[in-house]
Design a protein. Structure first.
Lengths: 76, 454
């Protein structure tokens, strides 16, 4: 996707690291830009949307690939 | 054409491999649920000649012996490993032949004293890859402290030289295929890339870019706690474990679960934390079906216990059974599918109040205990002003440090570990509130938290 400003591959990382890395990555993009996060931690399905909501960012897409999960978060 | 198939096990952060030439196959470090390996072998029409272990594993129960017996393959480990069954003992420099493939054993102690790496080459001697187990990982190394504190310093030094030996003896273009480093606590730190080569490791691996002293200092400083179940894996693997048995345990009804719970049985409730908190059986421990399940339960629930699994549906229960079997938690007494409202009105029904951090506002400090259950490295970056700190995995041995008679408000980084801890504290007789909120390293949301070092 051309509108993804940054991609974070958090594959293999366990809780809480996918969320920790997501926060670090979103600090590196501008408001309105989109961060893509790839995780293999099933807990991310719950944690990353909840984190986005609690921090004023917007989850614009979530893909459940069974053992690989992709999120797109627009920075608020 | 020689190829390598990677089999990921995200719940343990490990990889297993099948190297093959289109007809013959060598399997390296298979997990216990070997049906996943067999599916690949059947799909590709492969005949297994060798099943090899890089080491006697500390973080999972191997499926290697069962796979070798089932496929009539040679089961190879270091000849110096003390095992309770017949195996093919390998020595440094031994070369195995499998179809067009050659596999050379390389003694690489460090993660364990008898660790072997396996160099994969073609018949002309061109190195294609190296299976490095717990030695050279992607940008890191396997931890040296799992055998015991008395061995750590010696193994750490050996690890440095083993990684250097791999780099010296294996061709630059060879792919590196480690077993650990994808979330496993067997890794000193976690990999940040999906694949690597010897050439890439020359600039990325601390053992190859740092002096020995720098390497050791950094390695020792970075060692974090590892799950208590690890101590049972070496003995289980040395005894000769059987394959994963997917047969479900007996289906229990509510009365049966309650009767056993009253006798102190360990009931593991796998439902989502919100559903669990809304209605659960007093004494049940919550652990959502996430990748961390084996690590978390392997830390909190005694290894010898006969568990009862509770979940939303049979799929969840089947998956949990598989995940737990990989770490030797085979002793399932029974299981129960809990439909919504399954515990409503029951004498053992409990609920946990769920709040965010602002729920603490207006609660007098003398009326509550705030409990931070994150790991120490997280806690020291900032925490609630009044928090007492007990990492969740220490709770089984340290819950007596929490004052009785006050409500315990529990938090972690994301809510997952806090829920496990909360259910454990209820089991231990405490009145709890779950703070299902984020407190990531360095977070200091409002005046309720204080900063690093406080």
């Amino acid at each position: 996707m051309s509108d993804v400003a940054k991609t974070l591959d958090a594959s293999g990382l366990a809780c809480p690291m996918p969320v920790v890395r997501t926060r670090q990555a979103i600090d590196q993009i501008e408001s309105g830009q989109i961060l893509e996060v790839i995780s293999t931690d099933r807990g991310s399905l719950q944690d990353i949307p909840a984190w986005a909501e609690s921090t004023g960012n917007v989850l614009v897409a979530k893909e459940d690939g069974g053992d690989r999960f992709t999120f797109r978060i627009q920075k608020g | 054409m020689i190829q390598v198939i990677t089999i990921e096990t995200p719940s343990l952060g490990d990889r297993s491999y099948i190297a093959h030439d289109g007809s013959r196959a060598v399997v390296i470090d298979p997990q216990r649920d070997i049906d996943r390996v067999l599916d690949h072998l059947h799909a590709e029409g492969l005949d297994v000649t060798h099943v090899l272990e890089t080491h006697v594993h500390n973080d999972y129960v191997t499926g290697g012996l069962a796979l070798a017996r089932m496929t009539d393959a040679v089961y190879g480990l270091n000849a110096d490993d003390a095992l309770a069954f017949e195996f093919h003992g390998l020595h440094d420099g031994d070369v195995l032949e499998s179809g067009l493939m050659r596999v050379r054993a390389l003694l690489t102690p460090g993660h364990t004293p008898t660790h072997l790496s396996y160099v994969l080459s073609d018949a002309d001697g061109n190195d294609l890859g190296v299976f490095t187990g717990g030695s050279m990982l992607f940008g890191t190394v396997g931890r040296p402290d799992l055998i015991g504190p008395h061995m750590t310093a010696e193994l750490a030094a050996k690890q440095y030289h083993s990684v250097r030996r791999i780099a010296a003896e294996v061709a630059d273009a060879a792919q590196v295929h480690p077993t650990h480093g994808f979330g496993s606590h067997c890794s000193a730190t976690q990999a940040t890339k999906p694949s690597s080569t010897i050439a890439a490791e020359r600039t990325d691996n601390p053992a190859l870019v740092k002096s020995e002293q720098e390497f050791l200092d950094e390695l020792f400083a970075g060692l974090t706690p590892y799950p208590t179940y690890y101590r049972y894996m070496g003995p289980a693997n040395s005894a000769g474990p059987g394959a994963f048995d997917p047969t479900p345990p007996e289906e229990f009804d509510l009365d049966r679960v309650v009767a056993l719970l009253k006798q102190g049985a360990w009931v593991v409730d796998l439902r989502n934390r919100k559903d669990f908190a809304a209605s659960f059986l007093a004494g049940a421990v919550n652990a959502e079906l996430r990748n961390d399940l084996p690590n978390y339960l392997g830390w909190m629930v005694p290894f010898e216990e006969h568990l009862i699994l509770v979940g939303d549906d049979a799929t969840v229960l089947d998956e949990a059974q598989r995940m737990l079997s990989r770490i030797g938690y085979d002793r399932l007494q029974g299981r129960m599918v809990a439909a919504p409202g399954a515990f409503a009105g029951h004498e053992l029904e409990r609920s946990i109040r769920v709040v965010r951090f602002d729920g603490l506002e207006g609660v007098a400090p003398e009326d509550r205990t705030v409990l931070d259950v994150r790991d120490t490295w997280e806690y020291v970056t900032g925490h609630h002003r009044d928090a007492i700190h007990i990492p969740f995995h220490d709770l089984p041995e340290r819950f007596e440090e929490v004052p009785r008679g006050r409500t315990v408000w529990i938090y972690c980084a994301t809510g997952a570990r806090a829920t496990i801890a909360a259910s454990f504290m209820v089991r231990a007789g405490f009145d709890v509130v779950l703070i299902d909120d984020f407190c990531l390293p360095g977070d200091v949301p409002g005046e309720k938290l204080v900063g690093a070092g406080a």
